[in-house]
Design a protein around this ligand. Structure first.
Ligand code: TRP
Ligand code: CA
Ligand code: ZN
Length: 315
């Protein structure tokens, strides 16, 4: 805004008056640029508390949280209750896959520009062989904790925030496909970014960033370079997770991944630590994908990177 000389004088006088009233402490605030707050540090303990609840849910329901099983619905109810208590507007979207009912959970943070929606999502279902704590309790718990951090900070971004937990990913991206297919064409173009988190606590962790959209990729890479963690482009499974339906619909996508059944190379072990010649996740799709199958450092860094991207891309 361009102020006339007299308007400037009035503004200056107003600041001077305020300073008199407050002893000058307001001067910095008055002259500071309108820079939105940085993302908070996501507490690892909070993310791990969700993982332990998901493990208990699996244990109480035949050892898994798979599509169409009781452990899936119990997982969804757990996440939904946390979001409802935090003030989210939650929607359960029901679909059928392989003859069983499946569910997506969508949580909208009230406010922000409905024409610019930033989404973060993760699949909440496991395979039937195990509890699915790294795949994908890790992404689900981190997205949940970031959503709760938005509430704790009472973050009021310019853009509208939406979080999602997908059903039946393990059957072939069924839930996320269903969601994208049912979006009106206009609503697809209102999504400015979809961020995907599928396996972000692999025990022998790599640090992989999706390279689909350059601006989103840069947002994640900036976070990791700020903590001196080198990253690589994610190549293990292009199109193998829930960002694929969004990308096909023309939505800019990005995400993080710490590796599945591929083997860590010697060069990767040298820069990240870990064991060369061993899979990033030896328990991928197995019964040993429990709370013991998590690298805390990787989970913490990726959760913080997730929050950084949600904050930066929505301000
Ligand atoms: N989506 C796969 C699963 O849930 C895991 C996976 C393999 C993956 N490769 C990937 C996830 C690449 C993200 C990116 O079983
Ligand atoms: Ca943290
Ligand atoms: Zn997965």
């Amino acid at each position: 805004m361009k102020l006339s000389v007299s308007a400037r004088a009035v503004a200056a006088a107003a600041v001077a008056t305020t300073m008199l009233l407050t002893g000058g402490a307001v001067a910095d605030a008055a002259s500071a640029p309108a820079r939105p707050a940085a993302a908070p540090d996501i507490p690892l303990a909070g993310v791990k508390a969700h993982l332990s609840q998901l493990q208990s849910i699996a244990t109480a329901n035949g050892g898994n949280r798979a599509h169409g099983r009781a452990g899936y619905k119990a997982s969804l109810d757990y996440v939904k209750a946390k979001l409802d208590a935090a003030g989210y507007t939650t929607t359960v979207q029901q679909f059928t896959a392989s003859g069983r009912t499946g569910y997506n959970l969508i949580a909208d943070w009230p406010g922000g520009d409905a024409n610019q929606v930033v989404m973060a999502g993760s699949h909440l279902d496991s395979v039937s062989s195990g509890a699915g704590i790294n795949d994908n309790g890790s992404g689900s718990a981190a997205v949940l904790e970031a959503a709760l951090a938005v509430c704790r900070a009472q973050y009021k971004p310019t853009k509208h925030l939406r979080f999602a937990w997908w059903g039946a990913e393990e059957l072939g991206l069924v839930g996320s496909r269903y969601y994208v297919n049912r979006l009106a064409t206009g609503d697809r173009s209102r999504i400015s970014a979809y961020l995907n988190f599928d396996m972000i606590g692999s025990p022998n962790a790599g640090y992989f960033v999706y390279d689909d959209d350059p601006a989103i990729e840069k947002t994640f890479k900036d976070y990791f370079s700020g903590i001196n963690v080198p990253t690589e482009i994610e190549t293990e499974g292009d199109g193998r997770s829930d960002h694929a339906p969004f990308k096909s619909a023309g939505v800019p996508v990005g995400g993080l991944f710490t590796g599945a059944s591929r083997t860590m190379t010697a060069a990767q072990a040298a820069k990240w630590g870990g064991t060369a010649g061993r899979a990033f996740d030896r328990c991928y799709h197995s019964s040993c994908d429990t709370t013991a199958n998590i690298n805390d450092t990787a989970l913490d860094r990726n959760s913080d990177a997730l929050a950084h991207a949600v904050w930066e891309l929505s301000e």
